[in-house]
Design a protein around this ligand. Structure first.
Ligand SMILES: NC(=O)c1ccc[n+]([C@@H]2O[C@H](COP(=O)([O-])OP(=O)(O)OC[C@H]3O[C@@H](n4cnc5c(N)ncnc54)[C@H](OP(=O)(O)O)[C@@H]3O)[C@@H](O)[C@H]2O)c1
Length: 244
């Protein structure tokens, strides 16, 4: 039997698409979210469609003191853990609102990094497992339009990189996912260009491939790798004149 997959951010559009992909491959699913009461229909849908067991786990990533107890409550310990947690914030508002900026920084970096760290230690002890972190191309270079969210994602990307490096010899894999734009609740109402915008199902397919092809860092639409390589290469004097 395939091992359980834990989805942190179990109500997220991307998280649920990933849950369906793993369930279709026969993995039991553990959905962790702040409000598990709203996941009853998704649990029933996953179980009915894929014939796997789905369990619901109450989880707030910002309540870092509860992380050890949360991990203890996962029986069995998952084989794969996916973090699909994130808060986009509002860059303009957050520049002048320290509390709102803190929420973005903690929700995208501190919280996800610490819960994956706790799981990593358990996986290392066991000698197997896989951690999948959904980060963002926004972390590839700080830009005026979204540098608070981008800085948090940059921290998360660096954290995943270090974790991967540390665990490479221990049979615990770490995959970093950089989705580019995705049409979800997070981006609802934003005028996103279709050619740069993936569906949650595409993200799930990219993750499924990364698992099978033993990839480490995945740009969901490969064009984003090129775009971000160009953006990273722009010299500061030119970059400062651009509002991207
Ligand atoms: N959409 C995009 O264009 C895009 C692009 C790049 C990266 N991403 C990343 O992809 C991941 C999934 O996002 P999405 O697009 O699927 O958006 P989403 O549907 O808004 O999912 C974000 C999830 O984060 C959860 N969350 C926020 N704060 C939390 C907390 N304190 N404790 C537990 N869960 C918390 C939310 O929980 P509730 O359901 O309780 O609100 C929600 O389920 C995020 O990491 C996001 O940053 C998205």
């Amino acid at each position: 039997m395939r091992g359980p997959v834990l989805i942190l951010g179990g109500r997220s559009d991307i998280g649920l698409a990933v849950a369906h992909r793993f369930a279709a491959r026969g993995h039991p699913v553990q959905l962790a979210a702040r409000d598990v009461g709203r996941l009853a229909a998704d649990k029933a849908d996953l179980e009915l469609r894929h014939g796997v067991t789905v369990t619901l786990h109450s989880f707030d990533v910002l309540d870092t003191a509860s992380h050890p107890q949360f991990v203890d409550g996962l029986t069995p310990l998952p084989q794969i853990a996916v973090s699909a947690i994130g808060v986009l914030g509002d860059q303009t508002r957050d520049e002048g609102d320290a509390d709102a900026a803190t929420l973005v920084l903690r929700s995208n970096f501190e919280g996800p990094a610490l819960i994956l760290a706790a799981l990593a230690n358990r996986f290392e002890e066991r000698g197997s497992g896989m951690l999948i972190g959904i980060s963002s191309v926004a972390g590839d270079r700080g830009r005026a339009r979204n540098y608070i969210y981008g800085a948090a994602k940059a921290g998360f990307t660096a954290f995943l990189s270090g974790l991967r490096n540390r665990l490479a010899a221990r049979d615990v894999r770490v995959i970093t996912v950089l989705p580019g734009f995705v049409a979800t609740r997070m981006t609802a109402g934003m005028p996103l260009p279709a050619w740069l915008t993936a569906t949650p199902a595409e993200v799930a397919t990219a993750i499924d491939r990364a698992v099978r092809w033993r990839r480490n860092v995945v740009y969901v639409r490969p064009v984003w790798w090129l775009i971000m390589a160009i953006i990273r290469a722009l010299p500061e004097p030119l970059f400062k004149r651009m509002k991207i």
